[in-house]
Design a protein around this ligand. Structure first.
Ligand SMILES: C[S@@+](CC[C@H](N)C(=O)[O-])C[C@H]1O[C@@H](n2cnc3c(N)ncnc32)[C@H](O)[C@@H]1O
Length: 356
């Protein structure tokens, strides 16, 4: 069942202010980033309830007064800081930009991965190609380039990816291991975090990791550190090559935050291959975040904005889906959904599927 989407109607006065925030959003974004990265927000966080004057901030942060003033005034109109008398202090928004892990992961992802390429969005929409990707490298999808991105871009991409995955693994493991799988296929295994957690959880499970070669090299290195590498097999594959079948006889097939990397016809092809790879009593576990299935406005906003990254930078034809789109792909591929876990985490949904 979809969670409710709350609407509110604003006055024209408020809407006009919203329109200007949008008009200057890229500038406001960089002001917030500079306030954070130049240490101005952390200086204010240590100022106590009365705050600091701009002069004191400049002195403590060791920055020119002019620059500190322009950023603090930008922070004022963006609700990051408050001004009383001549003292600035942090507001809740400033504190979140400084300390909240989700806000940091999203801002770094936007700044390092997305920002330079996003002007290509219109072309991407017209062509179905990730027109902004050329700002990062000469690949046809970002996945080909992940292992070769400049270090700070790669760091921000993985921090973003892992922020939205790490919390779901502990919630998912008891569901997957309730059926005691002996052979598990981790499809789109990335750096191998889920496979590693499976190997640690159950000494009898063998995992096979499927991904592009660059990602599997990272996974192999990570899993080698656990001393459990003998139960892991690495299977390099490009899922877009529809002739590439998956290793057979799997008791469990795992796909987390993966199918949103593909267009719907591609998803159906991947799921059909997964169906052919299942052992007779095997199950497919799909975990994803669906924009219609979010209780919180912030989560829905993050998902729909993330879609623009897929459109403009990742591959030009995938998105964060409505849950009905995914149910449709699952059915088209010859699966039935045995169980839906809508509250796996605050924002993730799990479909447990069997051929049917
Ligand atoms: C968003 S990451 C998700 C990773 C992981 N399952 C998780 O939950 O964090 C998607 C993964 O799919 C892989 N991928 C995307 N397109 C691919 C393709 N055409 N062939 C092989 N792997 C692909 C990427 O390399 C990446 O590791």
């Amino acid at each position: 069942m979809s969670k409710r989407i709350v609407r509110d109607d604003k006055s024209l006065y408020e809407t006009k202010a919203d329109a200007q925030k949008l008009a200057f959003a890229p500038l406001a974004f960089h002001a917030a980033l500079a306030l954070r990265d130049l240490g101005i927000l952390s200086t204010l966080a240590n100022s106590g309830p009365t705050g600091f004057s701009a002069e004191r901030v400049a002195q403590l942060a060791e920055l020119p007064l002019y620059g500190v003033k322009v950023l603090l005034e930008a922070g004022l109109v963006c609700d990051l800081v408050a001004l009383e008398e001549d003292h600035f202090r942090l507001r809740k928004l400033g504190l979140l930009v400084l300390q909240d892990a989700m806000t940091r992961a999203n801002m770094d992802f936007t700044a390092d991965v997305c920002y330079r390429g996003m002007p290509g969005l219109g072309e991407a929409v017209k062509t179905g190609k990730p027109a902004g990707l050329k700002e990062l490298g000469p690949w046809s999808t970002i996945y080909e380039g992940l292992a070769h991105l400049p270090a700070h871009v790669r760091q921000s991409w993985f921090a973003f990816d892992h922020y939205y995955s790490d919390g779901l693994f502990p919630a998912a493991l008891p569901i997957v291991f309730a059926h005691k799988p002996k052979r598990l296929l981790d499809v789109g295994a990335n750096t191998g975090k889920f496979s590693k957690a499976c190997l640690e959880r159950d000494a009898d499970v063998n995992v096979t990791l499927l991904d592009l070669p660059g990602q599997l090299d990272m996974a192999r290195q990570n899993i080698a550190t656990t001393g459990r590498g003998a139960r892991a097999t690495y299977h390099p594959i490009d899922f877009l090559d529809t002739t590439r079948e998956f290793p057979k006889d799997q008791d469990a097939i795992w796909m987390s935050q993966f199918l949103d990397c593909f267009a719907q016809d591609e998803i159906v092809s991947i799921l059909e291959r997964a169906r052919r790879a299942l052992a007779p009593n095997g199950r497919l576990y799909i975990v994803d975040t669906y924009w219609d299935n979010q209780e919180h406005a912030a989560a829905r906003f993050v998902l729909v904005m993330t879609t623009l990254y897929f459109t403009c930078l990742a591959n030009g034809n995938s998105k964060m889906y409505h849950s009905d789109d995914m149910r449709g792909c699952v059915r088209r591929a010859g699966f039935a959904i045995e169980r839906e876990v809508n509250d796996l985490t605050l924002s993730h949904t799990m479909f447990v599927c069997r051929p049917g």
